[in-house]
Design a protein around this ligand. Structure first.
Ligand code: ADP
Ligand code: MG
Length: 267
């Protein structure tokens, strides 16, 4: 017998979300980035809560990567970007990492000569004190163990990262963010160049990770988006063109005109 949902508890939870939920959201306000007068991000407002797997789409040059660069301190921006109430703009990158923000790049940046485990260990070291890093290691830290299982690479722990398939390298990068305890993950085209099977596995991984974290995925692949996005923000010429569920965004004539129509036609 299926238990009946506790509607009263649900209503209370919606009216007063737990503190954790209230704090764990990414809020971008009137964000602007310009390069020598060219405005790449033009007044973007964005709120992404944890548990809402958000896809950020838009034609080439829409400003998706620049938006992530601005949030992670790689591009100079005005406006505001905060996570957990901590203002990120103006912080040096190590403080942005400490504010629990993690990102990946289109090209994976794992250390190919080191093993999967060593790559994760190094990432974990960001939160360890220098003395602990120098000290003798006692087994595998729990965070590393959990991460390697989450990303499905436990069987390849001692393999050099260089021998991993393209998709597996992206998963390792995601694992590196997990051991750093990133609670907000910004992933720039994580499935570009992956096989269909790898894309599906990545989608499942992102769903799992996104249950308790704030995740923004930049992506072009419409099929991938339809399968895994909880919500979508469409960027065009540096501005938010539309936002909503996959169905809402797909039905938006503005979106069809600048993006979906064009991409579906070419797919
Ligand atoms: P997307 O990731 O959506 O494809 P980008 O954020 O990479 O788009 O780029 C947005 C716009 O900003 C593009 O027109 C791009 O040429 C420009 N741009 C990005 N980075 C720089 C830079 N460092 N200097 C000058 N222009 C840039
Ligand atoms: Mg880009």
């Amino acid at each position: 017998m299926t238990p009946r949902p506790d509607f009263k508890a649900l209503e209370q939870a919606i009216a007063a979300p737990p503190g954790e939920f209230r704090r764990d959201y990414l809020q971008v306000k009137d964000l602007r980035v310009s390069f020598d007068g060219f405005v790449a991000v033009d007044g973007v407002d964005l709120v992404v809560t944890s548990g809402d797997l958000r896809f950020l789409i838009g034609p080439n040059g829409a400003g998706k990567t620049t938006l992530i660069d601005a949030i992670t301190g790689l591009a100079k921006a005005t406006g505001s970007a905060s996570f957990g109430g901590v203002e990120l703009l103006g912080l040096p990158s190590h403080k942005i990492v400490r504010a629990s923000i993690g990102r990946t790049f289109q090209t994976a940046s794992v250390i190919e000569e080191l093993s999967v485990l060593q790559n994760l260990d190094i990432a974990a070291g960001l939160h360890r004190k220098p003395r602990e890093l120098l000290g003798r290691r006692k087994g595998i830290p729990e965070a590393v163990q959990i991460a390697i299982e989450t990303i499905g690479l436990a069987g390849l722990a001692t393999a050099p990262a260089g021998v991993l398939a393209h998709g597996q390298k992206q998963w390792l990068e995601i694992g590196m963010l997990l051991v750093q305890d990133a609670r907000c993950l910004l992933l720039d085209e994580p499935v570009a160049g992956m096989s269909a099977a790898e894309r599906d596995q990545t989608g499942e991984l992102l769903k799992r990770i996104g249950e308790q974290r704030t995740v923004v995925v930049v992506e072009h692949d419409m099929e991938f988006l339809r399968s895994f996005a909880d919500s979508v923000t469409v960027l065009h010429q540096g501005k938010v063109l539309a936002e909503g569920t996959v169905a809402q965004v797909q039905a938006d004539p503005k979106v069809v005109e600048v993006y979906l129509g064009e991409s579906d036609a070419s797919a």
